[in-house]
Design a protein around this ligand. Structure first.
Ligand code: SIN
Length: 329
């Protein structure tokens, strides 16, 4: 990881010109909800390092992790009011601003992270960055976390095992429908509350990536994790149109370059942590990792896939088709 970080600063030095002097630096407050040692936490810190090192006279970035300032359900409102300037909520948390991003929540749509990469690089994926401009939100880039797993208080091997359980979910109607499809009860709750809800048994389970399950210690209060890889969790790094358009063009270009480098780094961290955080959870012995047989996995796909049809009109058939094409390689 240290080597990756050194390479990031080297790339930034080459890419960013000497700063133009300004009276007082513009401050960018970057608020997020996850731990620092996660793909998003690392990318946000790398972005701050790059900007503060190479553009510090012009712009200063302050990162607020762990829902210190806002949880994800509030941060977009705060950004539109100018209380923070950047955020990177998960793609599931933009539902109030666009239904299109729900394509990323459809269960078993993307085969793996490479397929997601191809989709976001496609014209359809790039077009989504501009999908909230009318609402004042500018998408600056996508960042990975990883594929989601299911954790619960009892082993989940087939969909019937989830029957009657309460699962915390992000604020996405697609994810709600996904759990309803297996006769479970979804509860939309902020990320900051998940550990306590699990610990007090107010809920029975949740879905998340290895790095979130590890960094927020969900595995310590969930005896079973099913390696389902049933969905994708990623982020859109966003800013407000008003803030962004108020910056000089040259500053915007340098910030975008710095962010691209930080995202590239965060994506490398995501790939590494999907393996290392899973391994750390397995080593801890606190949670049993359940691997599905092909036949069991097919049952989950069959139970959850009708959700696609339900949201086809809201999301757009064209987007779903573009996502499916990305699976082809
Ligand atoms: C995040 O990764 O930003 C949070 C995901 C969640 O709310 O589960």
């Amino acid at each position: 990881m240290r080597l990756i970080r050194a390479a990031v600063l080297g790339a930034a030095a080459a890419a960013l010109a000497a700063p133009a002097a300004m009276a007082a630096p513009t401050v960018i407050k970057f608020s997020h909800v996850v731990a620092e040692n996660t793909p998003k936490g690392r990318a946000a810190n790398a972005f701050a390092d790059i900007v503060n090192t190479f553009m510090g006279d012009e712009v200063r970035v302050e990162v607020y992790p762990n829902s210190q300032l806002y949880n994800d359900n509030k941060v977009l409102e705060a950004m539109l009011l100018g209380d923070v300037q950047m955020a990177a909520p998960s793609l599931s948390k933009f539902e109030r601003y666009t239904k299109k991003l729900q394509v990323f929540d459809l269960p078993f749509l993307f085969r793996d992270i490479d397929a997601v990469d191809r989709f976001i690089a496609s014209p359809a994926g790039q077009g989504l960055l501009a999908s909230m401009e009318r609402k004042g939100i500018v998408g600056l880039g996508y960042l990975h976390n990883g594929m989601k797993q299911l954790s619960a208080s009892r082993p989940l091997r087939v969909p019937a095992d989830a029957n009657g359980l309460k699962f915390r979910i992000m604020s996405s109607d697609v994810i709600a429908a996904q759990f309803e499809a297996v006769r479970a009860t979804p509860l939309k709750k902020p990320f900051s509350e998940v550990f306590t809800l699990l610990q007090t048994k107010a809920i029975d389970g949740q879905e998340n990536t290895w790095s979130n399950i590890y960094s927020k210690k969900f595995y310590e209060v969930q005896p079973y994790i099913t390696e389902s890889n049933h969905g994708y969790l990623g982020y859109m790094v966003v800013t407000s149109k008003e803030f962004w358009n108020g910056l000089p063009e040259a500053t915007r270009a340098k910030l975008k370059k710095a962010l691209d480098i930080a995202i590239e780094y965060g994506n490398q961290v995501a790939r590494v942590k999907a393996g290392t955080d899973r391994a750390a959870i397995a080593r801890s012995g606190r949670s049993e990792i359940i691997q599905l047989t092909d036949e069991q996995r097919a049952q989950w796909v069959e139970a959850m896939k009708p959700v696609w049809k339900k949201f086809e009109r809201e999301i757009g058939e064209d987007l779903i088709e573009a996502a499916l094409r990305a699976n082809e390689g």
